[in-house]
Design a protein around this ligand. Structure first.
Ligand code: 5GP
Ligand code: MN
Length: 344
């Protein structure tokens, strides 16, 4: 079986030119970085370093503990806590890579810094509808993950020998987490050809799975049980489920970053449920919204229309400035509006 090319030849050429002609790179990912954001950026950073370039990953805010073991994760600059270092570095780079997001607003304040730089901005992403303004735009919603795109870039530029074990491991984490360990967005055969090459490069997929997914604290397990038992509501007439977490709930379980990761997927296991929503009161007055769906139900449209957000068709997010009760009202309005699509 052959691996099909995923990235347009002219875009690969433009990317190669930008890499060859530059010395220093920043690799940026979206706010609240997930496994794909961290995996794809660390893979690209290590590839650039292996090419004799200087490259650093900068993230807008901290990332979950279950990703901290990853190769070179300790070199990541966290903008929120290291603003000066991030800004100084950004002002010294020749090229900025933007990975796993489609609009500068997704990197918060960092976006303003990047907008002020007069260097090429290269997008590598798999979200729908990227904004304009990138000098090279590799935007492939068909890709299961940004890590898959980074694989194609490294494979086309450097071949299999460019794939060190550490790079392969980072790419594997991105693919594994963005497909829910190959449970969704993962029907294309090429994903498995790539996985075979990653195994060949030395990845132990079983150990990698455990490092990411069997890394919970007791608090996280208790929080999950609490949510399932006390906080999960099903709206059968709309095939929808809702979970809410107050600021107080989160404090009660001493919830750390990442402790609610994956929770929003669980109600999709209930027979008939096609749409799941988690509303998390991050701080009083600000509610974080996570949406998941199955089949053709477009939760990105719900995110954009009701929660000032966006994302993928089956995995989106957004936020509500207001009370948790108000966010619940938004959710109810959303499922009322989308009832026919949810029940068709
Ligand atoms: P999560 O529920 O894991 O926080 O986010 C799921 C996906 O939704 C992310 O991978 C991202 O694509 C998208 N997403 C999350 N929050 C936002 C947001 O505030 N704005 C936009 N445009 N997309 C978001
Ligand atoms: Mn992604």
């Amino acid at each position: 079986m052959e691996l099909d090319k995923m990235i347009d030849a002219s875009k690969m050429e433009a990317l190669k030119k930008n890499i060859d002609g530059a010395k220093r790179f920043a690799v940026l990912v979206h706010r609240n970085p997930d496994g794909d954001a961290i995996g794809s950026s660390l893979a690209l950073m290590q590839y650039l370093a292996a090419m004799g370039k200087e490259a650093k990953v900068i993230v807008p805010n901290d990332f979950p503990d279950f990703l901290k073991w990853m190769p070179a994760a300790d070199e990541i600059i966290i903008y929120e806590s290291q603003k000066q270092a991030a800004v100084d570095y950004l002002h010294s780079v020749d090229v900025v890579f933007c990975l796993d997001f489609n609009a500068l607003s997704r990197i918060s304040e960092l976006g303003t810094v990047v907008a002020g730089l007069a260097v090429p901005r290269l997008l590598v992403d798999h979200h729908l509808q990227p904004e304009e303004g990138f000098d090279v735009q590799i935007s492939e919603p068909a890709a299961c993950s940004t890590a898959e795109l980074v694989f194609h870039i490294i494979y086309e530029l450097g071949g299999l020998q460019a794939l060190s074990k550490n790079i392969a491991e980072c790419i594997y984490v991105g693919i594994m987490t963005d497909t829910g360990n190959f449970a969704y967005a993962s029907n294309r055969k090429d994903i498995y050809i790539i996985v075979a090459m990653l195994l060949e490069a030395g990845v132990d997929k079983d150990i990698t799975y455990r490092k990411v997914f069997y890394n919970a604290t007791l608090n996280k397990m208790k929080l999950t049980g609490f949510v399932m038992y006390e906080k999960l509501r099903v709206f059968s007439a709309c095939n929808a489920a809702l979970m809410t977490l107050t600021y107080k709930d989160l404090r009660r379980f001493n919830a750390a970053k990442g402790d609610t990761e994956g929770l929003v997927n669980v109600p999709l296991q209930i027979k008939g449920i096609r749409f799941s929503c988690l509303l998390r009161e991050e701080v009083p007055g600000k509610v974080n919204v996570s949406l998941r769906s199955v089949d053709d139900f477009p939760c990105n449209e719900v995110a954009a229309e009701f929660f000032c957000g966006g994302g993928h068709k089956n995995a989106s997010g957004g936020e509500v400035y207001g009370t948790l009760d108000y966010a619940v009202e938004r959710f109810k309005a959303a499922i009322a509006k989308y009832k026919s699509k949810l029940t068709e």
